[in-house]
Design a protein around this ligand. Sequence first.
Ligand SMILES: [Zn+2]
Ligand SMILES: [Zn+2]
Length: 253
Amino acid sequence: MRLTVLGCSGGIAADLRTTSLLLGTHTLIDCGTGVGDLSLAQLLAIDTVFLTHSHLDHTALLPMLADARLSHSQGTLTVHTRPETSTALCQHLFNGALWPDYTRMPSDDQPALRFAPLQVGDVRDVDGIAIVALPANHSVPALGFLLRGARRTVAFSGDTGPCPDFWAILACETGLTDVIVETTFANAQHQAALRAGHHTAATLAPCAAGLPASVRRWITHLEPGHEAALGAELNASLGTPFQLLQRGNDFEL
Ligand SMILES: [Zn+2]
Ligand SMILES: [Zn+2]
């Protein structure tokens, strides 16, 4: 099954989209602005979403996706995420003021959207791909995900600063082929990065140092306009080859 990057930027600007990855045809990992490039037919095919956390750059199009599906009577969209994330989204987004409460519409027993609780270590199967919830260290409760397929096993950090438990789990994952990890801030913004729960090149380097050389490193969530500077800092810090993740990149799992 194919994992396709719909968006991977830390912000918006022309040709940039925020975080979302499409797994096969009916599952999303995060629901940022990259989802807006899907055709209506592709949107209606999606019935499952895995969310790393509540922040808008990862959830912005979830209300619109639910709306599109409801208007075409597509049944319930299941959103797997931490209970803290679903609580935040229900309180602040699907609250009848910013957007209708689609967890109770069109009816309580057949809603347009339902949240399914997910904890670190939980495993869900999506068409033969095992999706494992990984720990993360962000300013709000967050997850990463491991996608274990027959051909490749890809780890995705979501938004996180240094998180020893994340790297400890990856160290035991013998089939690991790819790690997609965030770097959001420049080294000069070290304190801001720590407060916000994001990586700089300097904080990522020691975390990633234990990865086998055979594991491909992909960097995501760069701040728009700072890609070249962050790339240079990553080059100086990591000491191993890496690639900046791009919209349209895909992984055959
Ligand atoms: Zn975030
Ligand atoms: Zn983010």
